[in-house]
Design a protein around this ligand. Structure first.
Ligand code: SR1
Ligand code: MG
Length: 430
């Protein structure tokens, strides 16, 4: 089934518009019932501010919905960079898989239509994109708990620790065609920031020296390519694939993860690292948002503590699931019934979490660097209008990213990582 539905975008595919969308939506699953009234009563606006797709909010007399439609090219760059429409299918398939594991952490799904490469889903309200909240200095007390649970459950239950080999291989087969989206990550995260690439950009001339140094840093290039190699071959679990704070919608009491169009079966640490990276970027950007009345110092502390809590929460929940629900084909339970074998397995679990910690830190470092030296930047830093001030924040974040990639295997605790962040934050070299 997955194989057939993957072929999205039929002969009638056309980018939707506020004018054309109501007629289409009238035939899209139960959308009309959710909205109430008739097509003439629906107000549509396009609100997409991401890099790839169209996103519409549709409001009717009874309720509202979101429609996300893939464009046949990268929106950020234009028609010169074609991109397959089947990413809408992978997003739908990932959301459907995750919905069975963490229904409370996702938007409710209403409808998928292959012909228009479009997904209809719940409009999350009054949620905001988390990155915007972080720029505004808003505290989200439950975020670490929510995202740690999201990651532990989605990553554990789609791994060989929980799945039978045949099921896991079918899952892998379903997602292995998401090659173009993976290629974006392979290029933009792991390769382009370390070479001259047409689409790279950075705060210039302030960061010209560090950009050049990164392109000549032999040890760093080996480290980032080792991470790329892991991204290419480490088929551990169904990962979201783009779990930054722009893919998370929040209120002060709720957290929902959206946008898994980059999903594939890849390294667990890539998702964990994405969340950590984006919290660290938020941390280093706060100095750029400080004003006379609001120095952001307390907020910096909250952001850093949250990064710590994301890792410790993830580690605890993942381990708990492994101990209580490890019924997959990896580590067959009947081999570990006797106490000596059980103790050996427990020791291996500790080693594995340590390895996942190192992987997560390395991926976090790569994802920090790409947002400063590569094509796609983040609002946390872009919203700092003064380029000198922005460059200082970016320089600190780049130094941290580099240290995470190079030192990932030697860093043994989150406390050590947070100390590293504080040390970089104190760096005043312009
Ligand atoms: C060309 S797409 C650039 C970035 O946007 C997405 O959110 C992914 O992070 C991708 O790398
Ligand atoms: Mg996205």
């Amino acid at each position: 089934m997955a194989q057939q539905n993957r072929f999205t975008g039929g002969p009638d595919y056309a980018p939707l518009s506020p004018e054309s969308l109501p007629a289409w939506l009238a035939t899209a699953g139960g959308s009309a019932e959710v909205l109430g009234g008739g097509v003439d009563d629906w107000a549509v606006r396009e609100v997409g501010d991401g890099n790839l797709n169209l996103v519409f909010i549709v409001e009717g007399p009874a309720g509202s919905l979101v429609v996300k439609q893939a464009l046949p090219y990268v929106r950020l760059v234009g028609e010169g960079w074609p991109l397959p429409l089947d990413r809408a299918w992978f997003e739908w398939l990932a959301l459907s898989t995750q919905a069975e594991l963490v229904p409370d952490r996702l938007p409710r799904l209403h409808h998928f239509e292959a012909e228009q490469a479009a997904v209809v889903m719940e409009r999350l309200q009054p949620h905001v994109i988390m990155r915007k909240g972080l720029v505004d200095g808003v505290v989200y007390p439950d975020f670490a708990d929510h995202v740690a649970t999201f990651m532990a459950r989605t990553l554990f239950f789609t791994s060989d620790l929980a799945m039978l080999a045949g099921e896991k291989k079918r899952l892998q087969a379903d997602f292995c065609h998401n090659t173009e989206l993976c290629k974006i990550t392979e290029d933009l995260v792991f390769t382009d920031p370390y070479r001259i690439a047409e689409l790279n950009r950075w705060t210039t001339p302030q960061l010209d020296d560090v950009a050049a140094r990164f392109r000549e840093d032999a040890a760093l290039k080996v480290a980032v390519q080792e991470l790329k190699w892991a991204f290419l071959h480490q088929a551990e679990a169904l990962i979201h694939g783009d779990l930054h704070t722009g893919s998370i919608m929040v209120t002060t009491t709720d957290t929902r993860v959206i946008d898994p169009e980059f999903a594939f079966v890849g390294p667990i640490g890539f998702d964990v690292g994405a969340v950590l990276a984006n919290l660290f970027l938020a941390y280093f950007s706060q100095a750029g948002h400080a004003t006379h009345g609001d120095d952001r110092v307390a907020y910096e502390t909250w952001v850093l503590e949250t990064a710590g809590a994301v890792w410790t929460g993830f580690e605890a929940r993942f381990l708990e699931l492994w101990r209580s629900q490890g019924r997959g084909d990896a580590f067959s339970a009947d081999l570990f019934a006797d106490p000596a074998a059980a103790a050996a397995l427990e020791a291996f679990r500790t080693t594995t979490m340590r390895r996942l910690f190192g992987d997560s830190l390395g991926f976090a470092g790569a994802k920090m660097v790409r947002r400063i030296l590569g094509l796609a930047h983040v609002e946390d830093l872009e919203r700092i209008a003064d380029p000198d001030r922005r460059a200082l924040c970016e320089r600190r974040a780049l130094a941290m990213g580099r240290q995470l990639m190079l030192g990932r295997r030697g860093l043994s605790s989150m406390a050590e990582v947070l100390d590293l962040a504080r040390m970089q934050r104190a760096e005043t070299r312009p």
